[in-house]
Design a protein around this ligand. Structure first.
Ligand code: M6R
Length: 364
């Protein structure tokens, strides 16, 4: 049932504040100002390295989590797409934590990678949306997302719920590693609890984003740029756009532009820049200006301060609420998803069932 929406994807984008809140409820103890994980029969404090494996959008959630595990807990993270992990004979020290992220819990490559990691004596943690799935059954530590069934082939609400779980896991790991004071943990709990309201604010820009879809729909190529944890969001934006609108799109680390892709820039290649204000803002903006100096048409996604500082000269801007860096990916996912959605609707493609794709890839 699509409710009032034309497509499952739209319904699922709109469900995010509710399902993220639902997911957070099982990972936050608001009263104690603490994050909480299910019981586990291994020592989380003893984890010295994390190996993350996933595919597609779930892999991008993993890339964002890598920033969090490394910044908050100072635990090194290795990350691969599942189809590569299996065949590169990765070096896995027995007792390491292998973390698999999957909406369906049935993706063939991810499941095979999980079994490989098990054979290599890794502790198996899974972030999964389908609680009865193969991955859920084979995990030592099951970290469910509570997104509810996701029908649209393009993953939306499962992604933001994965981020919510991964943020809680990062904070928990940081605490057991002695890297998070009770005050810092309380701050994280506070900001995570604010995410659903901030996502609602992001959703309120829907009509504006719909109105700018015609700027992107005629393009043959679109670039997405971001830095730091906003770089995986650029990858996710590009994946979302290409899979449902069939427009060729690439995500790039903003600083990599001048190492090649800037050669593509002309006024027919829209560039979506994801740049919340913060320590990396100036750097990303200077990459954005390099694009503009070559006639590139930019859509800037930032907060009021960022747009005031750098919005002039952009083809369009999308204003997000100013939020703590930890919840930036949860909030900025919304305009990125809405933009892909409206461009696809403008082009008349089959949004929920894009050509050549299956919801769950159960073959290698
Ligand atoms: O069910 P999974 O999370 O394991 O699926 C992984 C990918 O197949 C999936 O995220 C895919 O990339 C989506 N269609 C992206 O929107």
């Amino acid at each position: 049932d699509k409710g009032n929406h034309r497509h499952f994807m739209a319904k699922e984008i709109y469900e995010q504040p509710v399902v993220v809140a639902q997911t957070l409820r099982s990972y936050l103890r608001r009263m104690e100002n603490q994050v909480a994980l299910p019981d586990m029969d291994f020592d989380l404090a003893g984890v010295r390295r994390i190996t993350i494996v996933a595919c597609g959008t779930s892999y991008y959630a993993g890339l964002i989590a890598k920033y969090w595990f490394e910044t908050f807990a100072r635990v090194p993270v290795d990350i691969d797409v599942a189809s590569e992990f299996r065949y590169r004979d990765p070096v896995l020290e027995p007792g390491g934590l292998a973390l698999f992220i999957s909406q369906s819990g049935e993706t063939a490559d991810t499941l095979a990678a999980l079994r490989h990691a098990r054979a290599e004596r890794q502790i198996i943690a899974v972030v999964v949306n389908v609680p009865t799935s193969s991955m859920a059954r084979e995990a030592d530590l099951l970290l469910p997302t509570h997104a509810g069934p996701e029908i649209g082939v393009a993953s939306t609400k499962a992604f933001t719920c994965q981020l919510a779980v991964l943020a809680a896991l990062a904070a928990n790991l940081a605490r057991v590693k002695g890297r998070l004071s009770p005050e810092e943990e309380a701050e994280i709990v506070y900001h995570l609890s604010e995410a659903p309201a901030a996502m609602n604010d992001a959703l309120s820009h829907d009509e504006e984003i719909e109105a700018m879809a015609h700027l992107i729909a005629p393009a043959r190529d679109v670039l997405y740029l971001g830095r730091g944890q906003d770089y995986p969001m650029a990858l996710e934006g590009a994946l979302k756009l290409k899979e449902i609108s069939y427009i060729h799109a690439e995500g790039y680390a903003a600083g990599e532009m001048k190492h090649g892709p800037i050669a593509l820039i002309d006024d027919a290649v829209p560039v979506i820049v994801i740049a919340p204000s913060g320590p990396l803002f100036e750097k990303t903006v200077s990459n954005m200006q390099e694009v503009q100096a070559r006639g590139g048409k930019v859509v800037l996604i930032s907060d009021a301060e960022g747009i005031a500082a750098a919005g002039d000269g952009c083809m369009a801007t999308i204003e997000m609420p100013r939020v703590h860096p930890l919840i930036v990916p949860l909030v900025y996912a919304v305009p990125v998803q809405l933009l892909a959605y409206h461009v696809a609707v403008a082009k008349g493609t089959d949004v929920d069932q894009p050509r050549n794709l299956a919801k769950s890839v159960t073959v290698e």
